[in-house]
Write a protein that binds this ligand. Structure first.
Ligand SMILES: Cc1ncc(COP(=O)(O)O)c(C=O)c1O
Length: 378
């Protein structure tokens, strides 16, 4: 039985051929760490190439403001902890991933911050007025997912962030589910844009990062410190970017995979990928309308979502449905709470969860039709 991968929201299962070729060549040669060798033996060039690709993707003029981490989780922890101050008030939405919710809850429980959740609608959408109403005198930070990893719903981040920034509030955007999927330019939309390398950007697991806006630079404290191979006389982290936020030995292979994959994405065009993948979402949603026993969640509008569709089959356990789809039809989905209990509470699927289908670079129309047939046959 051939398998059909429908779990792109978790990770991208294959690399573009150009990236595989480059990685093989790199692994067959000498691999050194960056910033710790003689000129000519430098691997820093790989990171610079990846920074340039990321800067081009998000429309950022200075590639040195792109910082690499082990993933979006580490980047979100660094961004949140770097921007909050004792006693400040923080806002985030009720569709956030635990990569945002847990660091914030941790700070709240330790008495560092006051925290309020902006209540999203059951389809995952958010009324921008909620931001206006929730702002307090000491509100310092607004953190938002660009799109929910459970419902696929794209949030009105530009409008919400504009409202926040007019009030002097700092903003963090989590693009884990939209990077390389939804064309988006950072410009002055947010202060920190966080990305996951191994999803829509097509890199290997273990790489991600953030792009630091110019205004946030002086306000962001280091949350992780250590050796950078630069300014080693000092016990303080260097002031200059990107060393200021990149201590320790980097994941050169992950960064190389990201450079090669994002360059390929830029060649093919994110708009093209968006058109193709929205088509899959539309085809899947239209097919689901004919399958009465299945209840999809979210906006059910491909133009307002990324290719992530959660559904429930009333009377059946989500895990059993997911297992049945795999064992009988070779379809790989993900069931449960998807590290986002808040999103499931928002759409009314907590604590049982949903079966999540998500599409990406390797998905085909024929696969969409097979998934619909499998759901009909459940
Ligand atoms: C919305 C969202 N934010 C953050 C993350 C964490 O990303 P990473 O795996 O790069 O740490 C995920 C991963 O699923 C996600 O979906």
């Amino acid at each position: 039985m051939t398998t059909i991968y429908a779990n792109y929201a978790a990770t991208s299962p294959t690399l573009p051929q150009a990236a595989v070729k480059e990685l093989c060549e790199y692994l067959g040669g000498v691999h050194l760490n960056a910033g710790r060798n003689f000129e000519g033996l430098e691997t820093g060039a790989i990171a610079l190439r990846a920074r340039r690709a990321m800067a081009q993707l998000f429309g950022v003029s200075d590639p040195l403001r792109v910082v690499f981490t082990s993933g979006a989780t580490q980047a979100l922890n660094m961004a949140i902890n770097g921007l909050v101050r004792e006693g400040c008030h923080v806002l985030a939405t009720t569709v956030e991933h635990n990569a945002v919710a847990r660091p914030l809850e941790n700070l709240r429980k330790n008495g560092v911050i006051e925290l309020d959740w902006l209540q999203c609608c059951p389809d995952g959408s958010l009324d921008t007025e909620k931001v206006r109403a929730a702002v307090k005198k000491n509100t310092r930070l607004l953190v938002m997912s660009h799109a929910s990893n459970v419902l696929g719903t794209v949030l009105p981040v530009t409008e919400c962030f504009r409202l926040a920034r007019e009030r002097g509030i700092l903003t963090i955007l989590d693009t884990a589910q939209t990077g390389g999927i939804l064309p988006f330019l950072m410009e002055d939309c947010c202060d920190i844009l966080v990305f996951a390398g191994h999803k829509g950007l097509g890199g290997l697991a273990g790489v991600g990062g953030f792009v630091l806006g110019e205004a946030a630079l002086p306000k962001m404290r280091q949350w992780v410190s250590g050796g950078t191979g630069s300014a080693s006389h000092s016990l303080d982290m260097p002031e200059f970017m990107p060393d200021r936020f990149e201590p320790g030995t980097q994941n050169v292979i992950g960064i190389l995979s990201l450079a090669a994959s994002v360059e390929e994405l830029l060649r093919a065009g994110v708009e093209e990928a968006r058109k193709r993948e929205s088509g899959y979402t539309a085809r899947f949603l239209s097919g689901l309308r004919e399958i009465k026993k299945v209840k999809p969640c979210g906006t059910l509008d491909p133009d307002r979502s990324v290719p992530v569709i959660s559904l429930v089959v009333p009377g059946y356990d989500a895990g059993d449905v997911s297992r049945c789809l795999f064992e009988r039809h070779g379809i790989i989905t993900r069931s449960g709470l998807h590290c986002s209990p808040l999103a499931h509470q928002t759409c009314g699927t907590f604590p049982h969860g949903t079966v999540r289908f998500s599409f990406g670079r390797g998905t085909t129309e024929a696969e969409i039709d097979t998934m619909l047939e499998a759901l009909s046959a459940l």
